[in-house]
Every structure is written in structure tokens, then in C-alpha cells.
Design a protein around this ligand. Structure first.
Ligand code: DAH
Length: 359
């Protein structure tokens, strides 16, 4: 039998194979240890050198031809097998949930999703960090001097000291603010940076406006030409989108944070007539967040040259802005897990926030 006939015979068999198992049987028949083509190749040794060279080329072509056909048939059969499996394992997700059992999205989750939509549109990406932190990330790297009263202001929850470590290195704590992630972001990645961080923070405090666990949003931009004008523009845009108010008045008041210089607190315009708070142009102001230009010492602490880079940062309480936006009067109720509260203040799971439809 000549090689063309052999190739034709295998081609027919390959085309007729309907599953991966029978295709493999054909592969073994052709190219296995005792396969037809393998045997032909083995026979090459017995030929004289000139003939061997010639025949080797012919046999190789045969081998490559059959292999290519096997591979192409295999990929067709694999696709078919996958399609078959997907069909068999299909789950019908079109059935609606029972309306009386419908769950809701917690206002904190909803607010975070709204924040992501707005900041992502401005080019920010998300960074993260652990709830259990060390003294370095929570205080020292953020330019809190040792024994500085600002450390006490945070009512920190300390964990037992790390065994075998000493001084500040031994201290573990629940992060008191998400500013820890400024340090993490700058150590993880090189500037320019545009980051937001959202997550849980902890302070030992409990009353109508304080819970021991609450959430913060932190934002940070590090670049070569970043100034306070950018900071104000960024925050004004955020507040306008978040509260759905065009041309919202904002003002900066001087403040102090160890990790920013200058530091400011930002207020947004509001009116309080007959006890009803309304956000927008009015004769009153409402404090909403803390911000400032990242302190040169903070940049130095993470190995960024403050003569080349500067940046701004801001932080706000997520519950606080959610309470203002959705008219929720008591912070503590966020975490009580009362299903009536959840049903009342919760959001439709299918109504995902995005900029196109408003939040
Ligand atoms: N970390 C501050 C706090 O928890 C909030 C804050 C203020 C964050 C100013 C910042 C900032 O990034 O620039 O009270």
C-alpha cells in the first residue's frame, strides 16, 4: 500500500469518528507504539542510506498529515462535547423570585456601588487593605508623631501584642480609618495613582452618630502636577453626582490632619427650613468630609520624592453620606439586622447604580 492510500484510509476513519474515544483509538492505530505509521518509520533503519533519506521525507509527510487531521477533528469533537455538556447542565434562571421573599441591597452596599460608579468615571481604581493593621500603616507612616494626641483621638481598639516583637512593631489594631490604604497603595504601586478605598473602620464609640464599626471611603491622587484646585473640583463633582444636585455649593474650611498639609474640611450647601434638611443651594452648610494635600513626610515614608510628586487625599464616612442621601436618622440601625428596616431602606437588587440612569 502506498502512503497516499494509507493517508486516505486514515482520513476517512478520522472523519467518521464521532467521539473523542474512537478518535483516540484511530490515533493509536496510526501513531501509537505499534501503529501503522510508527511501524513504517521503524522500517527505515533497514534501508540503505540514500533510500532512507527519501523515504523518511515521505513518511514524515504522512505522519504530519495524519496528525494535523487528528488535531482538527479533535478540536471539532471537543467543541461539540462542550456544547452537549452546557446543554445538559443548563439551569433555568428565568424564574422570578417570590415577591414576598424578595431580598434588598443594604444601603451601605448601595452607597458604595454608587461611589464606585462615580469615581470610576473619573478614572479612579479600587485599592484594598486589611481590617487588622499595624501601628505603621495606621499611624506612623501617616505622619502621626509618637505619643501625639491625635493617636488618642481615634479611640483605637488594640489587639494583644505580637509575641516576640517589641515597641510599635508589636502593636496590632483594628484600623481606625481607611487612610491606612493610602500607604498600602503607594507601597504597592508606582505613581501616578488614582485610588479609592472603601471598607470597615473601627473606633471605640457608641451613640446616635457613632458605632464601633463603620465604613469609610478614602480617595487619593498622586501625580506630578496635582493641586488643591483639582481636589476641590473632584470633590464638588462627586457630591453633585452623588446627591443628584447640579451646581452644588461647596466650601473648604481649614482643618488639621497629620497626613495632609494644608488640610481642610469640606461643607456642602443646604437649607434647614422647618426642621427639614435639603441639600443644595441654601443659607446653611453641612460638613461632609476631610481632605488635603498629602503631607511630604507621608510621601517620604513610602519612598516617593515629594519634590517630584504631590497629591491630594480625602476621607468620608459612608454611613454619614448614606444617612443624608436616604434620610436615615439613626446610625445604629444600620447594623441591627432588623428585616423591617432592611425592607424599608434597602434597595432593589436589580437596580444597580450607574451614571447613565443616575443612582
Ligand atoms: N482619616 C480621616 C479620619 O478618619 C479622614 C481623612 C481626612 C482622610 C483627611 C483623608 C484626608 O484622606 O485627607 O478622620
Amino acid at each position: 500500500m502506498n502512503t497516499a492510500e494509507i493517508e486516505q484510509e486514515f482520513t476517512q476513519k478520522i472523519d467518521a469518528a464521532n467521539d473523542l474515544g474512537s478518535l483516540d483509538t484511530i490515533r493509536v492505530e496510526a501513531l501509537g507504539k505499534k501503529g501503522r505509521i510508527t511501524e513504517l518509520m521503524k522500517g527505515l533503519g533497514k534501508l540503505d542510506p540514500d533510500q532512507r533519506k527519501e523515504q523518511a521525507v515521505v513518511f514524515n509527510d504522512l505522519k504530519n498529515g495524519v496528525m494535523a487531521k487528528l488535531e482538527s477533528r479533535q478540536s471539532i469533537l471537543k467543541k461539540a462535547a462542550m456544547a452537549e455538556r452546557l446543554k445538559a447542565e443548563k439551569i433555568d434562571i428565568t424564574l422570578d423570585v417570590r415577591p414576598e421573599r424578595k431580598g434588598t441591597i443594604h444601603p451601605i452596599t448601595q452607597t458604595m456601588d454608587e461611589m464606585i460608579a462615580i469615581f470610576a468615571d473619573m478614572g479612579f481604581s479600587i485599592h484594598d487593605g486589611p481590617d487588622i493593621e499595624d501601628d505603621f500603616h495606621n499611624f506612623t507612616a501617616l505622619n502621626f508623631p509618637p505619643k501625639h494626641p491625635a493617636r488618642e483621638m481615634h479611640d483605637t481598639f488594640y489587639l494583644p501584642d505580637v509575641e516576640g516583637a517589641e515597641g510599635d512593631a508589636a502593636k496590632r489594631l483594628l484600623r481606625t480609618h481607611t487612610s491606612t490604604c493610602q500607604i498600602r497603595a503607594m507601597l504597592d504601586q508606582k505613581p501616578p495613582l488614582r485610588k479609592i478605598v472603601m471598607g470597615r473602620t473601627y473606633r471605640s464609640d457608641y451613640d446616635i452618630t457613632h458605632t464601633p464599626m463603620f465604613h469609610q471611603l478614602e480617595g487619593m491622587v498622586i501625580d506630578k502636577e496635582t493641586n488643591m484646585g483639582h481636589l476641590k473640583g473632584c470633590l464638588k463633582t462627586f457630591c453633585e453626582k452623588f446627591f443628584g444636585v447640579e451646581d452644588l455649593p461647596v466650601r473648604f474650611r481649614p482643618s488639621f490632619f497629620p497626613f495632609t498639609e494644608p488640610s481642610a474640611e469640606m461643607d456642602i450647601g443646604c437649607s434647614r427650613s422647618k426642621g427639614a434638611l435639603k441639600i443644595g443651594a441654601g443659607d446653611d452648610w453641612l460638613e461632609i468630609l476631610g481632605c488635603g494635600m498629602v503631607h511630604p513626610n507621608v510621601l517620604k515614608n513610602v519612598g516617593i520624592d515629594p519634590d517630584v510628586y504631590q497629591g491630594f487625599a480625602f476621607g468620608m464616612g459612608i454611613e454619614r453620606v448614606a444617612m443624608l442621601k436616604y434620610g436615615i436618622p439613626d446610625l445604629r440601625t444600620f447594623f441591627e439586622g432588623d428585616t423591617r428596616w432592611n425592607a424599608h431602606y434597602g434597595h432593589d437588587p436589580l437596580n444597580k447604580p450607574n451614571l447613565a440612569t443616575g443612582s
